[in-house]
Design a protein around this ligand. Structure first.
Ligand code: UDP
Ligand code: MG
Length: 344
């Protein structure tokens, strides 16, 4: 395993941006794939990435981040790493989630640029040369835009589409529409992202927040090659909440708006009640109207408290300052074989 020692030389010059046609300076491209129970997709992913990268004739590395798989993916990753020096395993101690797995890949990658790709082959590795071509034109972030999606339920499509549009409206950074994590990031962007250690991560938002020159390349998102989605509704909702709370105060301000609206309505109601009383009618009949008003306002208050809770919980998580992930095995930087140590 000694030849698997990482060269730190490549990193030293890594933070410079390539100029058009600067292929010679392009010494390494990193491919990062988060893996959570993808045993059926791994061989095909490896085969297709290898084919594409070989045809590109650049030095490359494939970081396979095992996010607590239980289906034997871990062993499969290890055995790939044993036979091919391009493959670097990062093995988590448990499932930490897709966004954290990608973060670990960014932490350990050594290329002048890195491509983040799903392991289920919904993101075609064959698009990598197109992403790299844009990067060579001088763009620091090249994201892949989902022009078409197939093989996904209408529920997923509708919620995903609504999600991108709501996020676009209410957040302060302009996160491009219909764009997932399949993208190429320049070393400068990677280094900036590495400094952003927030716990509840939404990498697309973070990559947009960073700035730099960004562009998109369209592609057709095909169905998952094998297996089932590892993003059940619960995880999708959590990601959406991370996106909203991470990039917007709008939900917090919502309580203020609702407060003003209900206070305004009650002020308007005062003369109405007085006038109806003066002309001899009863303003309200029965308890139902009172009950409805009490329940409505009680509901609004509880929802506002819940929203506050979301932000406070996130604050609490940040305050604890735990590591983002715990890795059982990471690529070693000091020449020792892949060691058993905690993440940086
Ligand atoms: N993934 C992961 N950890 C998780 C969930 C997903 O590493 O907790 C990986 C998964 O193996 C895949 C990628 O993230 O490579 C995208 O997941 P998936 O395809 O299930 O999401 P979808 O495409 O359905 O949104
Ligand atoms: Mg998928």
């Amino acid at each position: 395993m000694a030849e698997k020692t990482r060269s730190t030389k490549a990193v030293g010059s890594a933070s410079r941006r390539p100029k058009a046609g600067a292929a010679a300076r392009f010494t390494r491209l990193s491919i990062i794939a988060p893996i959570f129970n993808e045993i059926e997709n791994l061989p095909e992913l490896y085969r297709r990435v290898t084919a594409v990268m070989t045809s590109m004739r650049v030095d490359w590395e494939l970081l396979l981040v095992d996010d607590g798989s239980t289906d034997g993916s871990t062993e499969a990753i290890r055995s790939l790493a044993r036979t091919d020096a391009h493959v670097w395993p990062i093995i988590f101690a448990r499932n930490f989630g897709h966004q954290i797995a990608v973060t670990a890949g960014l932490d350990y990658c050594r290329g002048q640029a890195a491509v983040i790709i799903d392991a289920d082959l919904q993101d075609p590795p064959e698009l990598i040369p197109d992403l790299v071509a844009k990067w060579r034109e001088g763009y620091e972030v090249v994201y892949a835009v989902r022009a078409e999606r197939e093989g996904e339920t209408w529920f997923k499509r509708v919620t995903a589409s609504a999600f991108y549009r709501i996020i676009y409206r209410i957040t302060d950074v302009k996160i491009p529409l219909d764009v997932g994590d399949f993208r190429l990031l320049d070393r400068q962007v990677i280094d900036t992202l590495k400094c952003m250690r927030e716990r509840h991560r939404f990498l697309r938002g973070m990559a947009a927040w960073v700035g730099f020159r960004q562009t998109g390349v369209e592609y057709k998102r095909v169905a998952r090659k094998a297996g089932v989605t590892k993003y059940p509704f619960r995880k999708m909702l959590r990601l959406a909440l991370n996106a909203v709370t991470g990039f917007s105060y709008f939900p917090l301000q919502l309580a203020t708006y609702l407060g003003f609206i209900s206070a305004g309505l009650s002020v308007l109601a005062i003369p109405v009640v007085i006038i109806t009383r003066l002309i001899g009618h009863q303003a309200f009949f029965g308890q139902a109207s009172t009950l409805i008003a009490v329940l409505f306002l009680g509901g609004v208050q509880l929802i506002s408290l819940g929203i506050l809770g979301e932000y406070i919980g996130r604050l609490y998580d940040e305050a604890k300052g735990r590591p983002l992930y715990v890795a059982r095995e990471t690529p070693s930087e000091d020449g020792a074989p892949a060691g058993k140590r905690l993440q940086p």
